[in-house]
Design a protein around this ligand. Structure first.
Ligand code: NDP
Length: 312
């Protein structure tokens, strides 16, 4: 079967650049939206040029120029959007509505993968304010996709390893301490951690796969389903030392949000749902969804212990 041509929107981003690499590695003709607004951001421009050297095509376009998006989309079969959606960096999830309008007009797209890559927003109806904005916005995007009958795949990637493992599951930290760690509650709720390069590779595998058409794909590599305590134990083994482990009860954690900046509150609520409520693992994925490590057993994913060696 001929491999789909792919357009990555947000290709210079934290996840987006990995998707570009995975798409090229898997032999897809790969296009990257080169937004006019990048301007003189030298890091982004250099990154785009290096992708071009590796065989990607840069397509000029802007979210403020509908026809430029339509033109870019007409070049490909599959659109993957990795636009920003982390408030402490930038949150532009609803801009995707413009992309959806362009996909509708172009009429040629066989699959659209919106910027999801986290907790399944469809399961977060009861999420707390203000963190729920991420899930609400992602659901608005889903509705627009489904109303327009655009074929889709939603990737529920669970926890990016860099954020969660790096900080031993503590918000606001992305490097592990060798002395102490604050446990969120009893530290026993299970979460799921996935190396961002593996997220990109699983994502690319789904795009031409009929088994993932109009489905949510959960990334649940079995060895990486661990509690905060288990993550800490792995780190302790690697450094040969036990950490101090004070813990913060749920009520105190929620009270600590008061007075913080909005963006920080959003992030903390996400940690709350993952680490106190176990929102990533407290459900079976069901028959209308699929699991990536089962679909693609050939991918040798990075285990938590392997991932954490980089911090030694
Ligand atoms: P980034 O913050 O790295 O941003 C990605 C790209 O979005 C940018 O490089 C840029 O691409 C584009 N972008 C940013 N601002 C604008 C704008 N104003 N207009 C148009 N494009 C813009 O995103 P992440 O990689 O951190 O996030 C991608 C997805 O992953 C999101 O859905 C997010 O919610 C999710 N996520 C999940 C996590 C988890 O633990 N599960 C953790 C982090 C993110 P360019 O300039 O190239 O056009």
């Amino acid at each position: 079967m001929k491999k789909s041509k792919v357009l990555v929107v947000g290709g210079t981003g934290y996840l987006g650049k990995r998707l570009v690499k995975a798409s090229l590695a898997e032999g897809h003709e790969t296009y990257i939206l080169n937004r006019a607004e990048i301007g003189v951001d030298i890091d982004k421009v250099q990154m785009l040029l290096s992708f071009k050297e590796q065989g990607a095509h840069l397509v000029s376009g802007s979210f403020t120029d509908h026809q430029s998006l339509v033109k870019a989309i007409k070049l490909v079969d599959v659109v993957i959007c990795t636009i920003s959606g982390v408030h402490i960096r930038s949150h532009q999830i609803l801009l995707q509505l413009k992309l959806i309008d362009a996909i509708k007009e172009a009429g040629n797209v066989k699959r659209f993968l919106p910027s999801e890559f986290g907790t399944d927003p469809a399961r977060m109806e009861d999420a707390l304010e203000p963190g729920r904005v991420t899930f609400d916005d992602k659901m608005i995007v889903r509705k627009a996709i489904e109303d327009a009958q655009i074929p889709f795949t939603y990737i529920s990637a669970n926890c990016f390893a860099g954020y969660f493992l790096g900080g031993l599951c503590q918000p606001g930290k992305i490097l592990p301490s060798r002395d102490s760690v604050v446990l969120l509650g009893d530290g026993n709720k299970k979460a799921i951690y996935v190396d961002e390069d593996d997220i990109a590779m699983y994502t690319i595998k789904t795009i031409d796969d009929p088994r993932t058409l109009n489905k949510t794909v959960y990334l649940r590599p079995s060895k990486n389903i661990l509690s905060q305590r288990e993550v800490v134990e792995i780190w302790e083994k690697l450094i040969g030392k036990e950490l101090q482990k004070p813990s913060i009860p749920k009520e105190q954690f929620l009270a600590s949000l008061k007075g913080l900046e909005y963006a920080e509150q959003v992030g903390l609520i996400h940690y709350y749902h993952v680490c106190y409520e176990g929102c990533l693992t407290n459900f079976e994925i069901g028959n209308d969804a699929v699991e990536a490590s089962e679909l693609y057993p050939e991918i040798k994913y990075t285990t938590v212990a392997e991932y954490m060696k980089r911090y030694l």
